[in-house]
Design a protein around this ligand. Structure first.
Ligand SMILES: Nc1nc2c(ncn2[C@@H]2O[C@H](COP(=O)(O)OP(=O)(O)OP(=O)(O)O)[C@@H](O)[C@H]2O)c(=O)[nH]1
Ligand SMILES: [Mg+2]
Length: 222
């Protein structure tokens, strides 16, 4: 498993870089999914379960963290190609950093993946402000974090195409009202897809994985 050091991109326009990367990914037929959430919400565990369940699809993972390589090692142990990217203390990935991470991944796997996940740095603020060039932006909110998060971090909930509400196996231990949470999210983002699930018990995983398959097909048909 390879670790790369990334530094902030010094280009004039992140949005332009992101749009170009998205166009190139569409041409290559690879769908990049940007996963964002607060630290510990369950990104790596969701990815692990998804990789195990979707064995027929070639999946690669770009793990972005300020330090450590535990997540990438975990993913590689499942047989998926993974690159650990260190972000030089930065709390998000920009499009140039994502491109360099993807290039490193392609050197390892010869660009064979159908689906590539970017596990963004755990943070609900900065990653929402930077387009990475991904074809899909997905947020994960876990039950222990509370159902008030859409009120506190509206930008993140507004700009993603899907929300995974994870750790639903813990609902009986927390004062988390799923209906209220979903109402709050829909007020910010009426078209968002919402997947309540548990990566531990697997309940709800199928809907999430079917949606990913559908999005990949759609990505390749345009
Ligand atoms: N009960 C339960 N625990 C979960 C679930 N998903 C993740 N966890 C646990 O939550 C903790 C954090 O999960 P991770 O997958 O490491 O979270 P992360 O978002 O990748 O964390 P960072 O990379 O540090 O931001 C671990 O102890 C997981 O086992 C779930 O669906 N149910
Ligand atoms: Mg992780």
């Amino acid at each position: 498993m390879r670790t790369i050091e990334l530094h902030k991109s010094v280009t004039a326009s992140n949005d332009r870089d992101a749009n170009l990367l998205r166009k190139q990914m569409r041409t290559s037929g690879q769908l990049l999914v940007n996963l964002m959430s607060s630290p510990g919400s369950g990104k790596t565990r969701l990815l692990s379960r998804t990789i195990q369940d979707m064995a027929d699809i070639r999946i690669g993972v770009l793990e972005a963290d300020i330090a450590s390589d535990v997540d990438a090692l975990h993913i590689e142990a499942l047989g998926a190609k993974s690159i650990q990217a260190h972000t030089d203390g930065m709390c998000h990935m920009d499009a140039g950093m994502t491109r360099r991470g993807l290039e490193a991944l392609a050197e390892e796997s010869e660009g064979q993946e159908d689906l590539i996940f970017l596990e963004n740095v755990g943070n609900l603020i900065c990653p929402a402000e930077f387009d990475t060039g991904a074809g899909l932006d997905v947020m994960i909110l876990s039950v222990p974090e509370g159902d008030d998060k859409p009120l506190k971090y509206p930008l993140m909930f507004s700009r993603v195409q899907a929300l995974v509400i994870t750790k639903t196996d813990t609902l009986s231990y927390f004062d988390f009202d799923l209906r209220t949470c979903i109402e709050r999210v829909r007020k910010l983002n009426p078209r968002i897809r919402i997947f309540p699930l548990s990566a531990k018990t697997k309940e709800g995983m199928e809907d999430w994985e079917n949606w990913l398959r559908d999005r990949l097909k759609n990505w390749r048909s345009h």
